[in-house]
Design a protein around this ligand. Sequence first.
Ligand code: SAH
Length: 450
Amino acid sequence: MLLTITYTGEETQNLGYLLHKNPYRPQAFDLNHGKAYVFYTEISHERTTAALLLDINPVDLARGKADSGAAGAGGLFDYVNDRPYASSSFMSTAISKVFGTALSGRADSRQALSDSPLDLSASVTMLPCRDTEKLNAVFQPLGYAIRYETFSADDSFARWGDSKYVNLEIAGKVRLRDLLKHLYVLIPVFDMQKHYWVGEDEVDKLLRHGEDWLAGHPEKEYITRQYLHRHRRLVDMAIERLTGEAAERPAKNLNARRLAGIVQTLKERGVKSVIDLGCGEGNLLQLLVKERQFAYIAGVDVSYSTLRRADEKLHLEQAAGSALSQRLKLIQGSLMYRDERFSGYDAACVIEVIEHLDTARLAAFERVLFQFAKPPLVVITTPNKEYNAHYAKLDGDLRHYDHRFEWTRREFSDWAARTAEKFGYSVALSQIGDADETCGAPTQMGVFSL
Ligand code: SAH
């Protein structure tokens, strides 16, 4: 059973760093049922190939069978089988054991290279595959050109037809970690004889290795079914999680759009100083510091550990004494209590925070913000509850376990109008994200002006 990975381009010897395997030192690894060897079959500036060879001991396999619950046919199959040479789930196990760091994408001194799509190809020998049409359907959407070679089962007996094995080669411009993840999941998809019991942790493995690509793959159901051996309960579980996670993906995108919209609003209003109340890990702060227009920026959060994360993200520690540390400060404080440190800014942002506050204490927050801090401009966003109909399966029916409430458009506009009137502000409401006719958009925003 042999897998080779070839990198073509320039300075391709770097493949050694990316795989964390020295090209000049062949290595052996013990696996449960045999050994894995890593060596390079070619090394040059233009082209470097690493090989992973598995040497599986079928007798070992039969012995381990009673306690490992391996999927064996029993009888003679235990001793005479294709496991030593066919590419199978053993290869996946070996990939994660031998190339675990490369799979995670960590490459220390060559991180930029590891993060870049490279001209990579992989060849997999003796891949069990009865349905060669599926090779295209599975690999092409991932950006690979494929070639495969079939054999007659036995040269002397043409009527036995083609063997069920192919030698497969896939080539594309991908990141190394993606290539490894694809192989990890897809080799067993074609092989279908797992050497271990298929249980719930297989669902986790599938979703973990498929995280960036499986949900959007046109053959995701086929891949999931095959990978999980058509185990009905597990397949259902995986598909449900896949589609659920896919539904949240636009949410990330939404977050970016929401923040960009806010920065735009602040810029248009000529704001020079801004305070982000409930700043969390500092996503908005990160965008604000990039804009020269904002001369003074502050972030407030009640959570110390969250502020530490923000501090790291913004590299404030290293910036001590620098211009950035003059411009930006992080404040631990609560929005429930009047605080001098919140005053004196042109604008305050309260982004996806009010829904974390107890409804009973919302009045206290209103006074802290609108009566005491009293900035000329206030931007508040909160989820639009009606839009939740778009999210598959929400716990309770809130988007986040820590939300105390979520408001419909009507509830938010009532609150905004009442609050504006009470404190002498005017308010304009808008929607952020793709709106639909019945539910509106995922996020709602109120811009309050004095
Ligand atoms: N504005 C950020 C974070 C939203 S999550 C963003 O859009 O990414 C809500 C944040 O509000 C959390 O970081 C939480 O710690 C903070 N928070 C909750 N209650 C608070 C309170 N009473 N005072 C200050 N911050 C609070």
